[in-house]
Design a protein around this ligand. Sequence first.
Ligand SMILES: Cc1cc2nc3c(=O)[nH]c(=O)nc-3n(C[C@H](O)[C@H](O)[C@H](O)COP(=O)(O)O)c2cc1C
Length: 395
Amino acid sequence: MPDLFSPYTLKGVTLRNRTVMSPMTMYNSVDGQLDDYHVSYLGARAAGGFALVFGEQMAITPEGRTTTSCGGIWKDSQIEGHARVCKIIERMGAVPAIQLGHTGRKGSELPPHRGVNANGSKKQLPPDHPDGWTCLAPSAIPYGSGGHIYPVHALTVEEIKGLHQSYADAAVRALAAGYKWLELHFAHGYLGASFFSPLANKRSDQYGGSVANRARFHLEAIDAVRAVWPEKYPLTMRLGVDDLNPAGTQFDDAVEAIKMMKAHGLDLADLSLGFNTDEMIDSPMKNVGFMVERAHRVRSEVGIAVATSWNLGVPQNADRYIRQELIDLVMLGRPALANPHWPVWAARELGYGSPFSLVQSDWRWWLENFRGHAPSIGWPEVQPLQAPDQARKAA
Ligand SMILES: Cc1cc2nc3c(=O)[nH]c(=O)nc-3n(C[C@H](O)[C@H](O)[C@H](O)COP(=O)(O)O)c2cc1C
């Protein structure tokens, strides 16, 4: 039976454990470049024991960014920054992963730390703003909520083919930079998510209507990337499998689409929500592990490896989902931001025999062998876990 710290092999890549730093946009790039900032924070997470480390969604074209401060890989001059990131992640014992994407209707935004709407959603800039542009979409329907009201451009078939070429070109650059794992971002209301959602996709051509047609954008993107991305390296995708709205993406359709993607060479499905609308029925955002059940259904019905995120940062939960073989990998977003050493901390919390085996061997040696007062090194001894009734009595 695997646990959170069991190694995991997919294609020719072996991860040292099941913890993944989930992709997170950082709004810290100039002209899409990665620099010391990215080397530093991604290197720190690799040093902290994560087995697979993603930066943020990397835009395949400049209009594929969320904001003009987002990272990208749409031109060769961006490869060098990515190569530095890959090098530090590998040096710290983790595998470097890239998420390629295009924000579609949710682009042309202001970074959240520079201002949000009253409801906390990100602000969109008008197309004539110096940091704005006309967003691209399957149909000429703006996202609508949160000030995303500016007209969007419905992609022509020719332009869709151009984007698939951009996915492939970006994958070639990713390989040159040293990435060993590539994920396509088809969730969170971005372009791939909106092609799959009937809320955003009202096309009457081969890209709209039936499940097979709404999945065509994704299947062609997978084909384009698979043609240039080595078989030995995993090709995965994050799909928004549910809009939690009767007029939006339905989970059963997503399961069908993932079956098709598997037939096109997909190695793992990373499941998330569609976020193609703010109007979600019974939003589960505060629930622990709310994607796990859906992920497990995909795992058993499609017969493909699965990963998921959302509220998995309590070690006991993360470990249980792996032990029960509900999911193959645990994606951690905010916990990875909050604690670069989350895997080591989780190993201590779970009473795992050698938590410091998760960090590089020279650090491990010092942490396990150098004489001194153990609690003073910053990792106090863990108290045995108490059952809830014992904890109540003690309080
Ligand atoms: C600051 C921030 C930026 C994010 N950017 C991305 C992104 O670029 N791509 C993506 O697929 N998900 C993105 N996410 C979602 C995370 O990858 C993750 O799925 C989500 O935070 C839920 O996991 P958690 O509960 O562990 O935080 C972002 C989340 C945060 C907090």
